[in-house]
Ligand binder design. Structure first.
Ligand code: C2O
Ligand code: CU
Ligand code: CU
Length: 521
């Protein structure tokens, strides 16, 4: 559907009484739960035909399906993680500083029926974090099945910002955007062909917090959205259109407040922002005088300079466990014409603006946090990392496919390092993610023309390279320089060597071996 088409569809659904959805929504919209209330966190399959799954938070007194977790910095989590899936799983808290034992990495899976006690304290800055399965070979399938939960962390800076914006409680939303393949109003099971295994499994519709055609009602004034790209492989170029009468053809300006690991030092005004798998943005927009906004992924050049298909990777465990739904994984060759295109325009969700706002909308603070500018100590050694495409092996890090029992490289505890990540020109975008450590983006080089327009920050960086990052996009032909600080908390839990993961967050690439283990000694 072109933009006019889906804008019209958006308006039509706004007009429809009670907004009867055209397609069947997921069972229930998520409810808020405080992190320390959770006694058990269960991953379970709800629908064996389509393979849909969900997280259930057991609070002792009641159970909440697909919860959004909330925590203050310093708040604790002490719960049983329980695998009620017919496959191995883990629960990984993406972005949090956790010890190896609590990280839920793929080398530490829970077999079906197993449970594990996980305890930690949230050490990270306020921001949007998330939790998802990470079992090697099954991650893409389980995340696509609906297992992607949000964790909103708050602290004093975060609350001061809400107060400065005079934010109405319903005007702050935490949103997980996934894409799913919908046919005849039903979400299709995960059944990638060989081409999907190379490029990633893309959907043709957005599923936001578990809902197709998602819409929220907000009040006039500032709206603050914390948004996660929870898609398996689709990149989003996020923008907002005003659907009110006399709407413009251009996306409206908004303010970037924060990225993966919390608030920026100062906001940036933008009209679009790239958001790749695993990345988050925190944005504010002024809804005053508007009736409806449509969030979209704008059309862009997805830079897939690759052809062909990847051979299905042999995961020994995959042979022992059946797929979540009837169809096979990475075996069939789905017809090319059937695959949605990355970079095509996609409607994400709608905001309806209703009610009376405050008479005066406060101005956005010019300073959001005390975060210093990104830099690295002058003596920090540089580690060179290469992202390549191997015709037989698919996408690899330093020419080496993932080996679950091996360490790719060791890092000294407390060390500062600069990582120089170079992506091959004959490649595609890779959102690269490090477990356990937030990093800063120092510089970017070799960005292709169309994206360079968005590289508005010093060092050829995008606005989304600012702040504390845990996932960073590497376009084909780019070289990135990141500053990492391998300081670990002085807690018993962090004693001894700690093993973490470094991988592409295109989940088909991750399952396809584009991953390494790193050990902090
Ligand atoms: Cu969001 Cu290693 O994962
Ligand atoms: Cu992670
Ligand atoms: Cu990748």
């Amino acid at each position: 559907m072109n933009r006019r088409g889906f804008l019209a569809a958006g308006l039509a659904s706004l007009g429809a009484a009670c907004g009867a959805p055209q397609v069947r929504p997921e069972p229930s919209p998520p409810a808020r739960v405080s992190l320390s209330q959770v006694r058990r966190l269960v991953a379970e399959r709800v629908d064996p035909v389509a393979g849909r799954c969900r997280f259930v938070a057991d609070l002792g007194t009641r159970q909440v399906m697909q919860p959004i977790l909330f925590a203050r910095r310093g708040e604790g989590f002490d719960a049983l993680i329980e695998n009620a899936l017919p496959q191995p799983t883990t629960v990984h808290f993406h972005g949090l500083t956790l010890s190896q034992a609590q990280d839920g990495a793929g080398f530490d899976p829970l077999a079906p029926g197993e449970r594990k006690r996980v305890r930690f304290e949230v050490q990270n800055r306020s921001g949007l974090y998330w939790f998802h399965p990470h079992p090697h070979g099954f991650t893409a399938e389980q995340v696509y099945a609906g297992l992607a939960g949000l964790l909103v962390v708050t602290d004093d800076e975060d609350q001061a910002l809400d107060a400065a914006l005079a934010l109405a409680p319903r005007n702050r939303l935490a949103l997980a955007i996934a894409d799913v393949r919908v046919a005849n109003g039903v979400i299709r099971p995960y059944a990638p062909g060989a081409a999907d295994c190379l490029h990633g499994w893309l959907g043709n519709q957005a599923l936001v917090n578990g809902q197709l055609g998602a819409a929220w009602t907000v009040a006039p004034g500032w709206v603050r959205l914390q948004i996660l790209n929870a898609c398996n492989a689709r990149g989003l170029l996020l923008g907002f259109f005003d659907l009110s009468e006399g709407r413009k053809e251009k996306p409206i300006p908004f303010h970037l407040l924060g990225t993966d690991g919390g608030l920026l030092t100062a906001p940036r005004e933008l009209d679009r922002v790239f958001l790749y798998g695993g990345e988050r943005v925190d944005v504010a927009l002024d809804a005053s005088g508007r009736r409806a906004l449509q969030a979209v992924s704008l059309e862009f050049d997805a830079r897939r300079h690759t052809q062909g298909a990847a051979a299905a990777h042999r995961h020994p465990a995959r042979e022992r466990y059946a797929p979540l739904a009837a169809d096979a994984v990475c075996q069939s060759d789905s017809p090319e014409g059937d695959r949605p295109a990355d970079g095509s325009e996609l409607a994400l969700f709608t905001l309806r603006i209703e009610g009376r706002g405050a008479d005066r909308v406060p101005t956005l603070p010019s300073r959001l946090s005390a975060l210093p500018d990104s830099s690295s100590p002058p003596d920090a050694p540089t580690r060179r990392i290469r992202l390549d495409l191997d015709e037989h092996g698919g996408f690899l890090i330093d020419q080496t496919p993932y080996a679950i029992d091996e360490t790719g490289f060791d890092v000294r505890r407390g060390a500062h390092e600069v990582w120089e990540i170079k992506n091959s020109p004959i490649s595609m975008p890779h959102p690269m993610h490090v477990h356990g450590f937030g990093f800063r983006v120092l510089r970017r080089q070799g960005t292709f023309g169309a994206a360079r327009r968005l590289a508005t920050e010093p060092g050829g960086r995008f606005a989304t390279d600012l702040g504390v990052k845990d996932t960073v996009l590497a376009w084909p032909n780019e070289t990135l320089w990141l500053a990492l600080d391998f300081t670990l908390p002085r807690e018993a839990a962090f004693g001894g060597p700690q093993r973490y993961m470094f991988h592409c967050h295109n989940l088909e690439h991750e399952d396809g071996m584009m991953m390494r283990n790193i050990t902090v000694l």
